[in-house]
Write a protein that binds this ligand. Sequence first.
Ligand code: ADP
Length: 618
Amino acid sequence: MKSFLEQNVSQESLITLFSQAPVAMCLLTGDNFSINSANPQMLEIWGKQTSVIGKSLFEILPEIIDQGFKEILENVYRTGEIFKGNKWPVFLEKYGKYDEYFFTFIFAPVYNDDKKIIGISIVATEVTDQISSERKLKESEYRFEHLIKKSDYPIAIYRTEDLYIEFANDQMLKTWGKSSSVVGMKLEDALPELEGQPFIGILKNIFKTGETYASKEASADLIVNGKLQTFYYDFSYKPLKSPNGEVYAILNMAVDITDLVMAKKEIQEREKKFRDLADSMPQFVWTCDTKGEITYMNKSWYRYTGSTENENQTSLVKRMMRPETIRKVDEAWEECVKTNTPFVMEYELGDPMQKGNYRWFLGRAIPNFSESGEVNQWTGTFTDIDEFKQLETQKDNFLGIASHELKTPLTSLKLYTQFIKNNLEKAGDPKNANVARRMDYQIDLLTGLINELLDVTKIQKGQMQLNESLFDFDKLVDEVVEEQQMTSRHKLFVSRSGTIGEVFADRHRISQVIANLISNAIKYSPDADEVHISTSLHGDQAQFNVKDFGIGIPQDKQSKVFEQYYRINGSKDYTFSGLGLGLFISAEIIRRTGGEIFVSSVEGEGSDFCFRIPKYKN
Ligand code: ADP
């Protein structure tokens, strides 16, 4: 070799090779390792200029002394053993920056002619870039593995068509109810209970089709804790393909949604129970959204109407109403929607059995509130009250006829009684005359009751006429008070803030209202001695008040006292006679006069009834 170099290779050629080789090279001489020569690549690695030639390696790179290179170089120098370093890390201070670099290098002894070691040659390649990309890859691989291992979701990889479990994270093992010993086994051996279930077949098929398979809410029967149980998953089988497109494994990712499905099933079952309940009711039960669109009707409704679920029930209900009531119902409904208050209304719906006929229904609906307190739907019912309505009409008719029939003999009775009373007085029989007077008083009471019944009949038939005229309101009050005072032990006090003067209304009917309010005040204050009556003028409104100190009316009943036949049960100590019609009639008279009637009352303390009517008709 030596002779070949000496004989055939020029000094220049060797220098060219040395300086242009793509590897870094240098020659160190002497035991202080002074740099004899270094090619540009080596100078680049060191981050030095040619001025370092002649200096000791450790002088120019003091940082490598403590990194073991001193011992290694000295060992090569001493023993002549070549030293090879593969991907070694070296910390170098280059251009003022201390950094880690990687090299693959060879330290080889250099001999003189006498076979004596006179120096060391270094050949090195920098592999920093390679190492850092290897490191990055490792890190991301590690991160990925860590991610999969620690994933909250079950993940597994099956390799080859035999479906060997290559990987299964803790969650997947937990899902299977197995230990990590199943890794490496065939899936069908690890989970024999899968036989007869579709999963193995689907997986094997993916090796043929190469297509991802995904399923939602799939049920799988697995033996967990020694028990075959049904679980539910959203899962996917994704083929992993080699660069040539061949499927080599399948990535199985799953989400255990058993709890969710069970909860959903429970809700469905509960809903079914409620639906069954609603369906078994004779009433029509329904729900509608906040816009009033019907979203559910129970079976009774479909049976009754003969309609199907595909038909629009909202418009069917509208079609079934009497055209003239639609607006009234809509207005009442809209008011309830605006105020979120229950809807209650009686109206007629067409009878599907008899075309052209209508039946009465009680429509009710209540708002259903979401957790955030907003109305999310309305639940309602239609109750057939047609028979009840018919009975009510029969009863009203009967009362109308009965009171009418009673009225005539009663009028005669009154005349006869007065005749007897007058005769007895004339005959000087005051004792019997007094009996006749009492009879006359009782006949008056009876006439009053019958008149009330007749008035109600008139109101129901829309036949209550008002004979309006101008009359002195204050005078009327005086008259009625005087009349009432005659038969009452209570002292009736009248106070006026100014005169009201003339009023245009039905004098007789207004006197009826005043008399009713005063007699109630007397009747319902058995332990009191006084009743306070007052009148006042508010703009062009005449106001009349009767205040008593009696039993009062509970707050929740105050609005009801103006309803037909409404009576509050008397206390244990007293019973009060009456039909529960006086206030109903009074309210109707005041309403038709264009006024208002109201009450404020405290139970146990007394009541204050009041009405206001316009002085003149608008
Ligand atoms: P009634 O003939 O029963 O008195 P009303 O229609 O006049 O019928 O009154 C209806 C109900 O209202 C009464 O049964 C009574 O319970 C209550 N009520 C009316 N006026 C008073 C009052 N001044 N104080 C307490 N309760 C009253």
